[in-house]
Design a protein around this ligand. Structure first.
Ligand SMILES: Cc1cc2nc3c(=O)[nH]c(=O)nc-3n(C[C@H](O)[C@H](O)[C@H](O)COP(=O)(O)OP(=O)(O)OC[C@H]3O[C@@H](n4cnc5c(N)ncnc54)[C@H](O)[C@@H]3O)c2cc1C
Length: 387
């Protein structure tokens, strides 16, 4: 489906146009960026808990912010297979950077699929050039059930007035535009939800609180209050609805998160292997637990690639595969990073050790973009539906 990472040579950062086409080229560009710029400072970013602001410039220069933006809007015209390849490579050295990339790519694809041609012309060239996107669905009391959002977008002359509170919004303070899920019709259920592209600096957008987290210290996580935030008609993405497109974006985002999980799991395994080889020497009896971890990572990787391939081919199985990939790969990553730490032993719990950071970063992958409990519910429901 895709070139496995060990077959993709690192050939240095490419321009946006060069990463289009073959996912292996996108993978190579991401690997070069990760090796050159992310790896040397990933531990420092984790320790300082600060978003590294030059990241966006570097992403844009490597063609990653416009990876899924059509070429006529200045992007690379890639698809979910490209996103998966890049997310996996970035996550090998810096899970936060990979999550920032994936959230942005998922939002960019949502704009591309839902927006009118005029809105795409307005938004997408900036997105490819470095204007980060964030998404605000979750609210205090509304997360797993996205159809029950309570933030309102009431009709006013020439536009809408947005009111209410969102929370856990990734990179809200760094984003240029936030895609806000808001209710335009109280009585219409999911059909009464629309998606608005709201500038982060609009009046009435107040970033109230940022969370201190277990891991993912290179991303920020915000509670946002919308208080009389008035936006023009054109801020509402698309001509009608939006909730279905939003759910589809979540499905794609899940496959990207699954790829992040594969990247961090594989890197944690390699880290443990390197440590054990150095400690015990290559002549020592190999630890069979390594084989179990390696098999789990390989199985997760191919499930992720298969889900991305199903999306690109338009297979009806995509929804099912995306939930399976997210749940399986992130559970594998939690097991592999934890076991890798255990194999390393006490050195693995020391701050600054790769496996220590990997365990903290991985836990969140089982929770956001839909918890793994919800993924299991979705898979089981789909199986029963087919029956
Ligand atoms: C670091 C981080 C970044 C995030 N970034 C964003 C973002 O950018 N944008 C955004 O909109 N959201 C974001 N989120 C929110 C995230 O997607 C939600 O927190 C997540 O989907 C869980 O929803 P919830 O908070 O409502 O949890 P709840 O639904 O309250 O879940 C609590 C627990 O109950 C379980 N549960 C709930 N319903 C069921 C069920 N039917 N069956 C079985 N178990 C169930 C859950 O699995 C979980 O274990 C982020 C969260 C975190 C932690």
């Amino acid at each position: 489906v895709l070139d496995p990472p060990h077959r993709a040579a690192s050939t240095g950062p490419r321009s946006a146009s060069a990463v289009a086409g073959d996912p292996a080229a996108a993978r190579a560009a991401a690997r070069a960026l990760a090796d050159t710029h992310l790896a040397p400072r990933a531990a420092e970013v984790d320790e300082s808990e600060r978003f590294p602001h030059d990241l966006l410039e570097r992403f844009a220069a490597a063609g990653l912010l416009g990876l899924v933006v059509p070429e006529r809007f200045g992007g690379a015209g890639g698809d979910l297979r490209h996103v998966v390849a890049v997310a996996e490579e970035l996550a090998r050295v810096d899970v936060s950077a990979a999550v920032t990339f994936n959230a942005h790519a998922s939002c960019a694809a949502l704009v591309d699929h839902l927006a009118t041609e005029e809105q795409r012309r307005q938004l997408l060239p900036g997105v490819a050039a470095g204007a980060l996107l964030a998404i605000a669905i979750s609210e205090p009391g509304t997360g797993s059930d996205a159809a029950s959002v309570t933030v309102t977008a009431g009709r006013v002359r020439g536009g809408y007035r947005i009111d209410g509170v969102k929370h856990y919004c990734t990179n809200a303070d760094v984003a240029d535009t936030i895609l806000v899920f808001a209710r335009t019709d109280e009585a219409a259920g999911a059909a009464g939800i629309a998606i608005f592209a709201v500038g982060r600096r609009e009046r009435g957008v107040v970033l109230r609180r940022s969370e201190k987290k277990t891991g993912l210290h290179g991303t920020t996580t915000w509670e946002i209050e919308f208080s009389g935030c008035t936006v023009p008609d054109e801020a509402r993405l698309g001509d009608a609805g939006g909730f279905g497109a939003g759910m589809r974006a979540l499905q794609r985002g899940r496959v990207g998160i699954a790829a992040v999980a594969v990247g961090v799991a594989d890197a944690a395994l390699q880290s443990a292997v390197g440590y054990l080889a150095a400690q015990r020497g290559e002549e020592a009896e190999p630890d069979p637990r390594l084989a179990d971890l390696a098999m789990a990572v390989t199985a997760a990787r191919w499930l992720v690639y298969d889900a991305a391939d199903a999306y690109v081919r338009g297979y009806a199985s995509f929804g099912l595969l995306s939930a399976q990939a997210k749940c399986f790969a992130t559970d594998v990553a939690m097991r592999v990073t934890g076991d890798a730490l255990q194999l390393v032993g006490p050195a693995g719990i020391v701050r600054g050790t790769y496996v220590e950071r990997a365990v903290r970063d991985t836990k969140i992958l089982q929770i956001f973009e839909g918890t793994n409990e919800i993924m299991r519910v979705l898979v089981a429901r789909e199986l029963l539906g087919r029956w």
